[in-house]
Each structure stands twice: as structure tokens, then as C-alpha cells.
Design a protein around this ligand. Structure first.
Ligand code: FAD
Length: 309
């Protein structure tokens, strides 16, 4: 892992900066590259614009590690309300949530109750519920709650991270249950005991896992195959593998983050790929933004320019 990435990921965990970083004007200017704005309406405006370009959306209200019951209740109520607004707007836009935002650190059953309420709402409105994956200590509980939810609701998916050694086994279990998978490389600072330290190993594992997701077993179980990456070489390799093995472009999707590889998103959509863009909003964006910088330390240059801009 590069030094810059390690430093930025450590900064993302700093409690003082988490609370105060969003107040720094030059950082606020720089973050607009990745976020259309802090409100749900900003997100909906961006989703409407991308829909016109043939790209559907996933949305998330930023927040994590909520420590207060009232706040967790508020997050759940917010999602319940906006999922209704999504249906009213007729925009193809799917929610993606973090369990620690729904109160997982306070009380697992409380978080599960909120998660279940969101699954009910998604079912009523014809939507689909995505569950993000957080740091490695949360993987077991996230998958346990996802599998429990799947017993009642078919339209759910979870994020799995290719940097973790355990993901091969998790992927086989999750896909066999017909749960959707959004495969990503992984955004956190993980120890070498649980995750591949070398990027080339993460990339190779991603491609191997992608092949399983496109395999006959996962497809027969009805697992939705989503590749959450901006790695254009990897995307090309996956598309070629699909073509060679007779998997149709309609049978898998590519999801990217708002503001990253926009030209490639459009090219892929025009070329027949199913593309979605994940649009984030909310005022608690500091740790999330630091992870975006860590993914490409050259982005720090944008922050520096914003300092003077
Ligand atoms: C839809 C979606 C959902 C995600 N959900 C989760 C989640 O729930 N849990 C989790 O741990 N992680 C999540 N991630 C983040 C993911 O784990 C990676 O950190 C992130 O996608 C960067 O890895 P990459 O696959 O794009 O490949 P990389 O090899 O990191 O990047 C490939 C190329 O993409 C470009 N690029 C990548 N990131 C950036 C950036 N921030 N700014 C500018 N250019 C960039 C660069 O040109 C880079 O060379 C998600 C990512 C996406 C796209």
C-alpha cells in the first residue's frame, strides 16, 4: 500500500477531522468533484441528468458509525421518505446503506429492524436495497444480517471486497443464496493478516471473483452481478470474459462513483453495457471523501488547487 494511501486512510479515521473537516472552505470546494451537493434534491437532480444519458443511479446519504439512537432512527426515517420520493419521480435510483449508519454499533437488533423496514419499503416501491461493506470487523455481522434479510426479501444485494482473503468463500455462499453482489476492491486500511497488501494481488483476485460471479452457478441462483470499479482494464477483461463465455451484456452491470471516469461511463453505456453511477449526498462526508482521495492520491492536487481557487 502506498504511503500516501495509508496516511489519507488514517486521516479519514481521525475523530477531530471527522467532526471539523467539512467546515474547511477549500475542502468543501474540492469535494464538489465527487458530490453534486449535500441535499437529497441535489442528488436527485444529478440522477435525473445521468438518466437522460442512459445511466441509472444508486444513492447513498453519507454517514457511518452512528452512536446515538435518535440519529439512527432519523437516518432510517430519511431513507423511508426518500425511497417514496424516488418512486414518485420515476427515476431508476437504488438506495445503498451502511449498517453502522442504522445503529449497528449501538444495537444489532435495532439496526436489523431499520434494515428490514427499508427492505419492506423497497419491496412496496419496486426498488432494490444495497448494503455497503465497511471495515473487516463488520464483515461477519453484515453478511449474517444480509442472509437473514434474504429469507424474506429477494431484491437485496451486498458489497464484497476483493482485497479480503475471505471473500472467495463469502462470494460463493452469498451468490448461492441468490443475493446480489457488488464486487469492489475495498476502500479501508486493512491489516496484512486479512487483506492482500499488494494492489496487483487485489486486482487478480477481483478478476477471479468476477469470473465466478459470471459463472453458471451464480447466474442460476439469480445473483445480480455488479462490478463496482473504475478500473477500465479490468472492466474490459470482464466484458471480454463474458463475451467469450456467452454471458449477455444485460446479465451484469458496472457501477462507478459520481465524478469519476465520467467519459468512460458514457462510452460503456453507449456500447451496450449496463451502467449505474453511485451518487452520495449529506453533510457527513469527510471520512468518505478521504477514502476517495486515498484511491488516487493525485486527487490531493485538486484539493491543493481548491485552496487557491
Ligand atoms: C459503486 C461503488 C460502490 C462502492 N462501495 C464500496 C463499499 O461498500 N465498501 C468499500 O470498501 N468500498 C466501496 N467502493 C470503493 C472501492 O472499494 C474502491 O476503493 C474504489 O472503487 C477504487 O477502486 P477501483 O476499483 O476504482 O480501482 P483502482 O485500481 O483504485 O482505480 C482504477 C482507476 O480508476 C480511477 N480512480 C479510482 N478511484 C478514483 C478516485 N477516487 N478519483 C479519481 N480516479 C479514481 C483511476 O484512474 C485509477 O487508476 C465502491 C466503489 C464503487 C464504484
Amino acid at each position: 500500500m502506498s504511503v500516501a494511501r495509508t496516511v489519507l486512510l488514517k486521516v479519514s479515521d481521525n475523530q477531530w477531522l471527522r467532526a471539523n473537516g467539512t467546515k474547511l472552505p477549500f475542502i468543501r470546494r474540492a469535494v464538489s468533484k465527487f458530490m453534486p451537493g449535500e441535499s437529497f434534491d441535489d442528488m436527485l437532480g444529478a440522477a435525473t441528468a445521468t438518466a437522460a444519458e442512459g445511466i441509472a443511479a444508486v444513492f447513498t446519504r453519507l454517514g457511518e458509525n452512528v452512536e446515538d439512537l435518535t440519529e439512527a432512527d432519523g437516518v432510517a426515517s430519511h431513507y423511508l421518505e426518500v425511497i417514496d420520493r424516488i418512486r414518485a419521480s420515476h427515476i431508476d435510483c437504488e438506495p445503498s446503506i451502511k449498517l453502522t449508519q442504522l445503529g449497528l454499533d449501538i444495537d444489532r437488533e435495532l439496526a436489523y429492524g431499520h434494515l428490514r423496514d427499508l427492505a419492506v419499503k423497497c419491496q412496496e416501491t419496486g426498488n432494490y436495497l444495497w448494503i455497503d461493506m465497511e471495515q473487516s470487523p463488520y464483515v461477519d455481522i453484515t453478511l449474517t444480517l444480509t442472509k437473514r434479510l434474504r429469507e424474506e426479501f429477494p431484491r437485496i444485494g451486498v458489497c464484497l471486497q476483493a482485497y479480503l482473503f475471505r471473500t472467495r468463500e463469502d462470494l460463493e455462499d452469498i451468490t448461492s443464496r441468490g443475493i446480489g453482489v457488488r464486487l469492489v476492491k475495498g476502500a479501508y486500511n486493512e491489516p496484512a493478516a486479512v487483506a492482500f497488501p499488494k494492489k496487483s494481488d487485489v486486482d487478480a483476485n477481483y478478476y477471479a471473483l468476477a469470473q465466478t460471479m459470471l459463472g453458471a452457478g451464480a447466474r442460476a441462483a439469480g445473483s445480480r452481478a455488479v462490478f463496482g470499479t473504475h478500473d477500465l482494464q479490468l472492466i474490459q477483461a470482464i466484458r471480454t470474459h463474458a463475451q467469450v463465455t456467452g454471458v449477455q451484456p444485460a446479465e451484469f452491470e458496472i457501477h462507478m462513483l459520481y465524478g469519476i471516469q465520467k467519459a468512460a461511463q458514457l462510452r460503456l453505456a453507449q456500447d451496450g453495457a449496463q451502467v449505474r453511477v453511485l451518487i452520495a449526498y449529506g453533510d457527513y462526508w469527510f471520512p468518505w471523501y478521504m477514502r476517495r482521495l486515498a484511491e488516487r492520491p493525485a486527487n490531493v492536487w485538486f484539493v491543493a488547487k481548491s485552496l487557491f481557487g
